[in-house]
Design a protein around this ligand. Structure first.
Ligand SMILES: Nc1ncnc2c1ncn2[C@@H]1O[C@H](COP(=O)(O)OP(=O)(O)OP(=O)(O)O)[C@@H](O)[C@H]1O
Ligand SMILES: [Mg+2]
Length: 363
């Protein structure tokens, strides 16, 4: 079992606190993705697991041992970086074989392992080529091959796809995910692309400013975000946020709208009293009705309509807040028209605006 545990990790660079007391377990054989804005500490945490950086305090465990004093090459980890720098004068075979040769493995063993690894990555026919004769995606795969060929206990990847074009990225993320499932190696994967994070992760960790804001299955973070940041970071287009207050009578009231509090949220909203709140609703959970009736309480002005083929992306003004909604491709609205919005009650989230925390009935 090669789980990884980062325990009460603090990392300072001079006056900068890059990691601020993080405790997190990366489960055996799982693919855990760390995502968050630039500078939040993803690379720093990964480098501490790899042994390339020492924590200021706290312990890194790999498997059953504390590895703080174990050098990188004895940690049983392999790392792929954004700049995967292959050896340009070596063939694909030699690039992949390199870690085995430098460990002094027998020649016969090396040949078999390299061929097997190359085959699993679809590189079998490219073994004699030099890196300059490969496409970006193929080079990326060679870098991955070089990392997995020695069957590490832990596989660390820091934005390995960010040099690839958009289409190739999407293909490669599926390939990497499949490979990880096949070899079942504990993997920690860093990206700041939320779509990549969402699609690849068994467990998703959202970081900001050196702390973990939420960790769990991606769908849980999507459906039940703990706070405004996670709610806005996961999902594209992002969740909409409408500032509001609870002014009694069972309704949330904001500029230009009132909305009845969904029954499960009544108790926590009432408990929050007159605090400033935020109503959160995802674009796909908004129904748009071009013919408002007298009972409608959320009205919006159509600011823009962008056809995406399968659906339309509407930008709408509610009070003075711009929000976005996804509607079917057949909706007939014109710019500046007033429409009524129906928020799916079970998909409405309410946050404390000051603490930025989500209110849930059982929290
Ligand atoms: N060697 C260093 N010396 C000083 N400060 C550093 C060093 N390495 C990282 N930092 C700082 O630590 C913080 C976290 O950096 P880190 O590289 O871990 O962020 P990141 O989440 O990987 O960002 P990105 O998405 O841009 O790669 C940043 O404020 C960064 O400036
Ligand atoms: Mg980084």
């Amino acid at each position: 079992m090669t789980k990884v545990l980062a325990e009460n990790i603090i990392k300072r660079f001079g006056s900068v606190t890059a990691i601020n007391d993080v405790t997190i377990e990366f489960k055996h054989a799982e693919l855990t993705v760390m995502v968050g804005p630039s500078g939040c500490g993803k690379t720093t945490l990964l480098r501490m697991v790899a042994g390339l950086e020492d924590p200021t305090s706290g312990n890194i465990h790999i498997g059953d041992r504390v590895v703080n004093d174990v050098p990188p090459w004895h940690r049983d980890v392999a790392m792929v970086f954004q700049n995967y720098a292959l050896y340009p004068h070596m063939t694909v075979f030699d690039n992949i074989a390199y870690p085995l040769r430098s460990r002094g493995e027998p020649k016969s063993e090396i040949k078999g392992r390299v061929e097997q690894t190359a085959a699993s990555l679809g590189l079998g026919h490219l073994l004699d080529r030099k890196p300059r004769q490969l496409s970006g995606g193929q080079m990326q795969r060679v870098a991955v091959g070089r990392a997995i060929v020695r069957r590490p206990g832990v596989f660390l990847m820091d934005e390995p796809l960010s040099n690839l074009d958009a289409k190739l990225r999407v293909e490669m993320r599926a390939e990497l995910k499949r490979l990880q499932e096949d070899i079942g190696v504990t993997t920690i994967y860093v990206t700041h692309d939320q779509a990549e994070a969402m699609t690849m992760a068994d467990t998703l960790i959202v970081m900001r400013d050196g702390v973990i804001l939420q960790a769990g299955p991606p769908q849980t973070l999507y459906d039940r975000p703990d706070n405004v940041f996670v709610a806005g970071f996961i999902g594209s287009p992002s969740m909409n946020f409408l500032p509001c207050r609870y002014e009694g009578a069972g309704c949330l009231t904001g500029r230009g709208f009132t909305y009845p509090v969904p029954p499960p949220l009544r108790a926590p909203v009432e408990a929050a009293g007159a605090q400033p709140l935020v109503l959160g609703i995802r674009p796909e959970d908004i129904g748009v009705n071009p013919q408002p009736g007298p009972a409608d309480t959320v009205l919006a002005r159509v600011y823009m309509l962008e056809p995406l083929g399968r659906e339309n992306l509407l930008t709408l003004e509610v009070g003075d807040v711009m929000i976005r909604a996804l509607s079917g491709p057949d909706i007939a609205v014109s710019l500046d028209q007033t429409v009524a919005l129906n928020f799916l009650p079970e998909r409405v989230r309410v946050f404390d605006r000051t603490a930025e925390k989500a209110l849930y009935p059982d929290a």
